[in-house]
Design a protein. Structure first.
Lengths: 613, 262
């Protein structure tokens, strides 16, 4: 059993105290409720505690992940068999149609239903799951703790952005209940301005994306100010955990890119309601302008999605390899570099709709992104090298991330090359590429981060073996689903089609079976977490032997996070000189623990009397 | 030193007492008032950056369509009266001055003057919107009204279909309707509606910002009246001021682009 002695004062130094927060030693965990059910619900609904808001985001995101996942399974099920006979309906189309009460034997109608299901999948996964998953759920919970703050800079704004997120999601669901949207998540004009012209549901879906953008802006703004202003004494910019660096870079992207999609979607709504004609070629407008506006946001947003995934891997790998991260500064600058370059590459989504010169320039700029990204991958591998690796579930997810993300990243290069992109454009190769990055990268990192921080968030351990087994099931399922799609893409299967030629059937069936395996894997992970909440062992303060500030406090944390304002004396990854706080070597062995303990004691001693303020 | 933990005070909502500027202490997660002020200011500037980027989309659309259809833009622009635009510019500039002055008066504890200046600023904002609506939009719509009537859902124009039977523009005297319909019957350029689209989108979104700013300033005014701001704590007034200046600044760009260039 790990020692849960409250060693805060020793490990991170007791502040002389500035008055606030002192004298709360008896306060309970942030999860403890003080009243009945109604009071508890009201307490959560009006909370401005960043941890509770993080947990609320987590629940909302997981719920949307479930809906988006069901839509994905419906798409894959449809693709088990091609629609060979025009009198035959599209299976999921009919199913969705009957669900919505608009069942039809009309083949075109059913194809439209198929289009609606994949739009549903794309829009939900992008706007309601991946974008808020890491920053808004885990970031909200851990950014303030990792920098030694009591809360984010604007706690009320934080709660507001959660409600805005929920409002946006409600509009999205409303659009689906009204019959769904078949524009694809990219809302390309003029299709999006003319489809279902007599219906409001496209407007609702676009409005949903607009509102969700607001939530994203406010969260990003909050984090930027939090990181700038609320770091604990002793924590300079380069003493911050790399998770904070990457989420900081993400937040800047959110703040600077999202307003552009805001005005674009607003103009799209005006276009539908008032026919303003800015994007409609029939009225003299320019549909390519929409694409430029859309991708000026949506390309940086690709990095809003992947940077937080990298952020989590930054934490998991050093902690579970018990080794100082390789190339700390290059990691920090790589995050900022990716953020900076991401504003210059939107044109690579538009190779076929822009001029040749522009396409060449954007192609060249796109290769630039590979540089900081590769720096990160090499640094992670360098950290693992000669590390003392514990094969914990988070580590398994991190290794899965390295494998999948590297494939996803490298397959981006043929897409950035104009001559190969000619053939791969809008094929399943693209679908496989971005699923390897978005899902194999971000979602896997998100689930890994959840495993990493679960004991801290809810104070319960989970069954390690089951967690690892389901992680491997996901890994197998993922590769079976999406690797086949690389092959399909190179053979010419276009994306977004409800049917295909017979030659593709075997590969499509393999892919569909893979998606079922994936579903089993994620359901299993959910079961592991539910079991942990119901019957898990009580989590120690520091189950993995981490050094960042969240491991200096109780599991789960108290309402104010720290009993006294922490003062930071050591770097986030100084595993060679500092013994992890409140950690029991029985849990996971660390090399030369005794020497570390001695070095740590010396370090702690030498800091007495000249604490930084 | 006794401080009420903000979490408890807010999450249980028992204390509704007005905190005057003398009693005001920074929110519990900030070390002191200065740090809080700096943080809020940084947040506000970031927010203003997002506002600039929001309008940048409109300016971008303006530039592109001006380059594509210079004649249409010249024609459209000639229907605007620079005198109303110029008058509104002066109104907003004066309001920016009174807004800035109100911050100074709060710092000097001259609350009556501060409140008068805030109210005057709100008045200027109201005047701006009123002029915009009564003397610029309405004459151009010439008899167009919004109203609810499902029976008109198949009103002959395609533009109406998109409205889903909720809102309809009713033809009075053949004025400029939204979108493709925003053009005079005697319009000399087939793309003039794009000018009107940009004009109505840009000024409409700007006018919405003016209304939001007025609401914000009114909220600040109420707080000044309760004595919540003073020499050592005037964050809200300053932030509302920053927002108002930005709204003013955007108009300073819109005015020449829309009214003066032909």
């Amino acid at each position: 059993m790990a020692s849960i002695d409250n060693r805060n004062a020793n490990t991170i130094g007791a502040a002389a105290g500035h008055g606030h927060g002192g004298g709360h030693h008896d306060e309970g965990s942030y999860l403890s409720s003080r009243g009945g059910l109604i009071a508890t619900i009201w307490d959560w609904a009006t909370t401005i505690d960043h941890k509770k808001i993080g947990v609320m985001y987590l629940s909302a995101v997981l719920m949307m992940f479930f809906f988006g996942g069901v839509a994905a399974l419906a798409v894959r099920t449809e693709l088990l068999e091609p629609v060979r006979n025009p009198s035959e309906g599209v299976v999921t189309g009919q199913w969705l149609g009957s669900f919505l009460g608009v069942e039809s034997t009309n083949i075109a109608k059913n194809n439209q239903h198929y289009n609606r299901v994949f739009t549903l999948h794309g829009a939900i996964m992008v706007f309601m799951v991946i974008i808020p998953s890491v920053p808004a759920a885990l970031g909200n919970f851990f950014i303030p703790i990792l920098i030694g703050a009591k809360d984010v800079a604007f706690p009320r704004l934080n709660l507001l952005s959660w409600y805005i997120y929920v409002t946006g999601s409600i509009f999205g669901v409303l659009a689906i209940l009204l019959g769904g949207v078949d524009t694809g998540w990219t809302f390309y004009t003029p299709y999006s301005t003319t489809t279902d012209a007599d219906q409001m549901r496209v407007v609702y879906m676009v409005l949903a994306a607009f509102i969700l953008g607001f939530s994203s802006i406010l969260t990003g703004l909050n984090f930027v100010v939090t990181v700038h202003k609320l770091r604990a004494p002793g924590m300079g910019w380069f003493d911050m955990p790399l998770f904070v660096w990457a989420v900081y870079a993400t937040s800047i992207l959110q703040v600077l890119a999202t307003p552009v999609i805001g005005i674009t979607l607003l103009l799209l709504i005006f276009e539908r309601l008032f026919r303003v004609g800015i994007f409609d070629p029939g009225l003299g407008g320019d549909p390519v302008l929409f694409q430029h506006f859309f991708w000026f946001y949506s390309h940086p947003v690709v990095y809003v999605m992947i940077l937080p995934g990298m952020a989590i891997i930054n934490e998991i790998i050093p902690v579970h390899a018990h080794k100082k991260i390789f190339g700390y500064r290059s990691m920090a600058f790589a995050s900022l570099g990716i953020a900076a370059v991401s504003f210059l590459v939107w044109g690579h989504h538009m190779f076929t709709s822009e001029g040749e010169l522009a396409a060449t320039v954007f192609s060249a700029l796109t290769f630039l992104v590979a540089v900081p990204t590769a720096v990160k991958v090499f640094n992670w591998v360098g950290t693992l090298y000669k590390g003392s690796i514990s094969m914990t579930p988070p580590m398994v997810y991190a290794l899965m991330f390295l494998f999948l993300f590297t494939i996803g990243g490298l397959t981006g290069l043929p897409l950035a090359t104009l001559s190969t992109d000619m053939h791969l454009h809008d094929s399943y190769f693209v679908v496989a590429h971005f699923h390897y990055v978005m899902m194999g990268g971000t979602i896997i990192a998100f689930v890994g981060g959840l495993h990493h921080w679960w004991p801290k968030m809810f104070g319960r351990m989970y069954n390690n073996r089951a967690a690892i087994i389901f992680a491997l099931v996901q890994f197998v399922g993922f590769n079976v689903t999406f690797f086949t799609q690389f092959v399909l893409g190179t053979r010419g299967m276009p994306r977004r089609y409800a049917s295909y030629v017979d030659e593709f059937q075997l590969l499509h069936q393999i892919s569909t079976v893979g998606s079922y395996i994936l579903a089993v894997g994620f359901t299993g992970s959910l079961a592991v977490f539910v079991h942990s909440l119901l019957a898990g062992k009580k989590a120690p303060q520091n189950p993995w032997g981490g050094l960042t500030l969240e491991w200096h406090i109780e599991s789960p944390p108290t309402t104010h996070n720290f009993h006294k304002e922490p003062i930071v004396h050591h770097g986030p990854y100084d595993f060679d000189t500092v013994l992890p706080p409140g950690w029991d070597p029985e849990d996971y062995p660390v090399p030369n623990a005794r020497e570390q303990a001695a070095a740590y004691a010396r370090a702690a001693h030498s800091h007495v009397g000249h604490e930084k303020h | 030193m006794t401080t009420v933990p903000i979490h408890d005070a807010a999450s249980h909502g028992t204390t509704k007492k007005v905190v005057t500027w003398r009693e005001y202490k920074a929110a519990q997660h900030f070390r002191n008032k200065e740090e809080e002020f700096d943080g809020v200011k940084l947040g506000m500037w970031l927010f203003l950056a997002t506002e600039v980027l929001l309008f940048s989309g409109l300016f971008c659309a303006y530039t592109i369509f001006r380059l594509l259809y210079p004649q249409a833009f010249a024609n459209g622009s000639s229907y605007l009266d620079w005198r109303w635009g110029g008058f509104n510019t002066v109104v907003l500039l004066i309001s920016s001055y009174t807004m800035a002055a109100s911050i100074r008066w709060v710092q000097l504890q001259q609350y009556a003057r501060a409140q008068a200046n805030l109210l005057f600023t709100i008045g200027c904002g109201g005047l701006f919107v009123l002029i915009k609506f009564l003397f610029e939009y309405t004459p151009k719509w010439s008899g167009w009204f919004f109203f609810l009537d499902p029976a008109l859902s198949h009103y002959p124009d395609s533009g109406q279909r998109a409205l889903g039977g909720l809102f309809h523009f009713v033809d009075g005297y053949g004025g400029k309707r939204p979108g493709e319909l925003f053009s005079y019957a005697f319009s000399s350029d087939p793309y003039e509606h794009l000018w009107w689209s940009v004009y109505y989108s840009a000024t409409g979104i700007h006018a919405t910002h003016v209304l939001i700013g007025m609401g914000l300033i009114f909220w600040v005014y109420l707080r000044v009246r309760k004595g919540m701001y003073g020499p050592t704590h005037y964050t809200g007034v300053e932030m509302a001021g920053l927002y108002w200046h930005l709204v003013d600044l955007i108009w300073i760009f819109l005015f020449p682009l829309l009214y003066l260039i032909h």
